[in-house]
Write a protein that binds this ligand. Sequence first.
Ligand code: IPM
Ligand code: MN
Length: 353
Amino acid sequence: MSKTHKIAVIGGDGTGPEVAAEGVKVLKAVAKQENISFELTDLDWSGNRYLKTGSPLPDDGLDQLRKFDAILLGAVGHPDVAPGILERKLLLDLRFGLDQYINLRPVKLFPGVESPLRDKGPEDIDFIVVRENTEDLYCGVQGFLHKGTPNEVATQTALYTRRGCERCIRYAFELCKKRNNPKGKKVTLVAKTNVILSHDLWQRTYNDVAKEYPDIQTDYNHVDACCMWIVKNPEFYDVIVTTNMFGDIITDLSGIIQGGMGVAAGGNINPEGVSMFEPMGGSAPKYTGTGKINPIAAINAVSMMLDQLGHPKAAKRVMDAIQKVTGTKMKSQAAGKMGYTTSQIGDLVCEAL
Ligand code: IPM
Ligand code: MN
């Protein structure tokens, strides 16, 4: 028996708790099979908590989280809370506070899942985006001058550090080495060096790090061209490494070609600290309690979490089970059209394990 992993579960808002519950169901099942020991703590941090107390999480929330080995997040977003508040407090503050400097987004078309890309199958759509997660336009260096007047000026600074670029790019190369793609190992840097001149730091850092990995192919795309290629030739990509803001955009584009927000999962990773895993779907309030929401993304997030916690075999087992269920059972990945309820999908994945 390995060490006991302490896992915090933040179900969050809307359908978040429902999909997180299916993730936990699968976690329990695979942990039993693989003899993994863990301890779960439910945290009711959410929009409802914000409406009751004025804050979605306690004042010492970050310190509480530092005691865990990983966090599973359901979803944030409440119809009665102004957009931005919960996202900043429950997502961005945690990313920054726990220095989760990698946002990892596997883009894989599972068997049986329909992609909006005609003629592209699971063998074509299988890459991973490494998005920097603590710098860029997200760091909050921002201001207004003459606010509310015709002369108003607004600024928001994109901030990049050598250290921030380097740790992200190195993570991407290490991941590429580990993935060992039989079709060829490649790390594509995505930036906008022709216009955003500060991206030269990304390019130089990339060039320096790449020298340490002579058997990995190097590649560069401007972000606009990358959006085109993701749609036209997703098979070009193995590992993409990019800035926080561009990563935000291209991971949603990528999420759609892998079958949508019902399947896409992401990790906010601090390789030396506490990482947080989440389905990308959002809180989908209108489906709350209806059993219609797709939990595959949350189960996918659990697979990523197992991998990060040092259980690649269990992670693969979950990934294989997901693919059995999407490939042979589910009618669709869309909410309400799966042919099963949320909880039945969780059961099917457990059976397939
Ligand atoms: C994401 C989300 C967040 C982001 C929002 C909710 C702040 O879109 O995880 O991609 O912009 O990073
Ligand atoms: Mn986003």
